[in-house]
Design a protein around this ligand. Structure first.
Ligand SMILES: Nc1ncnc2c1ncn2[C@@H]1O[C@H](COP(=O)(O)OP(=O)(O)OP(=O)(O)O)[C@@H](O)[C@H]1O
Length: 582
């Protein structure tokens, strides 16, 4: 177990001072607490000789003084130790997030989002409980038992032996029930996540459900999940209901033994009534620390498993990094000359997707990529900003392998509009300026103008300050795409990659955007993936990708003359247009 907790050592080392001060407070608190029963005993015994108000007042003030001291140190102990565990949780969460943020997209394919979220929330909270409450209560039990035991033994070793006997059972009971409670609680949580996800999908997919008239079926499915949730909750309630009476039975047994054996000792004049009273107070004081031990065992088991799970994510080194980069290229001005040299590419799973592709896109030129769905177009473009990594030397920019550029430099020179537009739940301004956080409003509006979205945005109630997504307006597919184009343009990139970015706009808007882009992209390299000939035709060259191979390459006219896939596509689309016009 010690080894499994090793990943926490650097964090514990960082906060060792807090833990040391916390432990000091813990020792003082427990020592004062252990003296308390003695004073009560003395007070009771004293009453036999001096039955005066002064005597009572003296002991009452002594007890009050002790209570104040122990209360103060109890506060300090909790504040310092729990505080330190919260600080460690904070550091761990930051480190975990920072590592996740560096992972390439393939990482998020390998790990389910739900699993990552669970590790970042439940597991982190389990680690915090291990470092805070578990350490604190374990130390509390040890120190208090060590402080109280000599006094108890002095009063009566015989009584101590028998009264202590049932106490470990309280720990075992709590540990046993605790483990079962945890399992049942997790099942409830899992069901609750299912219900939440179900509800969320029903709200976001409201249109689809209404359109398919599936309300009744959805209500029935929800009711079924809800019934399962309540069934699991009742199972937990039953377990909880059994725990406390059982615990009270064990603790009551211990008190009964104390009363029987201790009472006999008093009758036999082996101990005084005051000592007997002290003893009883000790037993009551020991109740919680004994219960806590069982709880601590569970916290430690759960926390240790969570440390392992979090650590597994923390040690995942980003598969795509700067390890082969040449630091002297950090500030190099990338021109945008792209070469694919006998490129082959296979994803972590599945067969080879791109086969022996050799293509050269000179700096400042434009290349359109067309081809059937699944041909590998998106994969090819994802290799340029290294969202996926091809083998060394297969993709070059300005004659250098892309891995030799530091990632920030490489990606800083590229503006990408992905196939699936993602907008943050933020203002349109913030979405457009995502890649250039300090951009002024004028720059943002200018980029939006080129993308032909500015006028539509200005018609929204709050213009560029309109929030998009769940908390604000919902943009149409075409509006989202154009916002994403504005986002890429604002970066003023040397290389612009549009992955089917004009698919959701009509041919008129498409032409407007292309006209705007032509001006902006002068002297820059652009790669456009397109399904429409109207998007591809204006590019300097067009590559037709079929089954991961370049099947055709040339200008619009050359490819038309060739009579292959492209010419067929052009004919089909012009026929469609004619039909539409009719
Ligand atoms: N992350 C991935 N892991 C494994 N295989 C993938 C992954 N992404 C894509 N593929 C596979 O690679 C092939 C090429 O996909 P890609 O998305 O590059 O095609 P595309 O030409 O862009 O298609 P479309 O025009 O439909 O967008 C497909 O067979 C696809 O199933």
């Amino acid at each position: 177990m010690f080894n499994r907790l090793r990943p926490l050592f650097p964090y514990l080392r960082r906060y060792w001072r807090s833990f040391a001060w916390g432990c000091l407070a813990l020792v003082i608190y427990n020592c004062t607490k252990a003296v308390l029963p003695l004073i009560i005993g003395r007070a009771v015994d004293g009453l036999r000789h001096d039955l005066s108000a002064r005597h009572v007042a003296l002991y009452a003030s002594l007890l009050l003084g002790l209570a104040v001291v122990s209360g103060t140190f109890l506060y300090l102990m909790r504040q310092i130790i729990i505080g330190a565990s919260r600080e460690i949780e904070f550091d761990l969460r930051n480190d975990l997030f920072a590592n996740l943020e560096l992972q390439p997209p393939s990482f998020f394919q390998r790990h389910r989002t739900g699993d990552i979220m669970a590790r970042s929330t439940n597991d982190l909270s389990a680690v915090r409980q291990l470092l805070g409450p578990a350490i604190m209560y374990a130390a509390n039990t040890i120190v208090f038992t060590a402080a109280a035991l000599p006094f108890m033994m002095r009063i009566s070793p015989h009584l101590t032996l028998v009264a202590f006997l049932p106490l470990p059972f309280a720990s075992i009971l709590v540990q046993y029930f605790g483990a079962k409670i945890h399992t049942r609680f997790e099942r409830i949580q899992a069901m609750f996540s299912d219900i939440s996800a179900q509800a969320e999908e029903n709200f976001t997919g409201a249109r689809l459900i209404r359109a398919f008239a599936q309300e009744e079926a959805q209500i029935a499915a929800f009711e079924e999940s809800n019934r399962e949730y309540i069934r699991r909750s009742l199972l937990l309630a039953r377990l909880m209901a059994m725990l406390w009476p059982t615990l009270e039975l064990v603790l009551g047994l211990s008190l009964m033994i104390t009363l029987l054996v201790g009472g006999r000792e008093v009758v036999l004049h082996h101990i005084t009534v005051g000592q007997f009273t002290s003893y009883n107070v000790y037993m009551v004081q020991l109740t919680w620390p004994m219960i806590a031990i069982g709880w601590v065992v569970n916290l430690v088991q759960r926390g240790t498993a969570s440390v392992t799970r979090i650590h597994a994510l923390m040690i995942e080194k980003p598969a795509i990094d700067d390890s082969n980069a040449d630091a002297s290229l950090k500030d190099v001005a990338i021109q945008g000359d792209i070469t694919f040299d006998h490129l082959r590419f296979t994803y972590a799973t599945g067969p080879e997707v791109l086969h022996d592709i050799s293509l050269h896109v000179p700096a400042g030129s434009s290349l359109a990529i067309v081809g059937p769905t699944g041909a590998g177009k998106s994969t090819l473009t994802a290799l340029i900003p290294r969202l996926q990594d091809a083998d060394a030397g297969m993709v070059l920019i300005d004659g250098r392998p892309i891995a030799s550029y530091p990632l920030a430099t490489l990606r800083g020179a590229i503006g990408t509009v992905p196939q699936e537009t993602f907008l943050f739940s933020a203002t349109i301004h913030d979405n457009v300026s995502f890649g250039v956080p300090g951009a002024t409003r004028d720059e943002v509006v200018e980029a939006a103008r080129v993308a032909h979205i500015a006028d539509e945005i200005l018609e929204f109630p709050h213009g560029f300050d309109t929030i998009v997504g769940e908390r604000g307006v919902t943009l149409s597919g075409g509006q989202k795409q154009r916002t994403a184009i504005a986002r890429a343009i604002l970066r003023d990139p040397r290389i612009l990659i549009l992955d089917d970015a004009l698919a959701s706009v009509d041919t008129y808007t498409e032409e407007q955007i292309l006209n705007g882009l032509r001006t902006v992209m002068q002297g820059r390299t652009s790669i456009l993936i397109a399904h429409r000939v109207s998007t591809a035709r204006s590019a300097d060259r067009i590559a037709v990708l079929v089954d991961g191979r370049v099947a055709e390459l040339g200008t619009h006219d050359e490819l038309l003359a060739r009579g292959g896939y492209y010419a067929e596509l052009a004919e089909k689309q012009s026929l469609e247009q004619e039909l539409e016009a009719v």
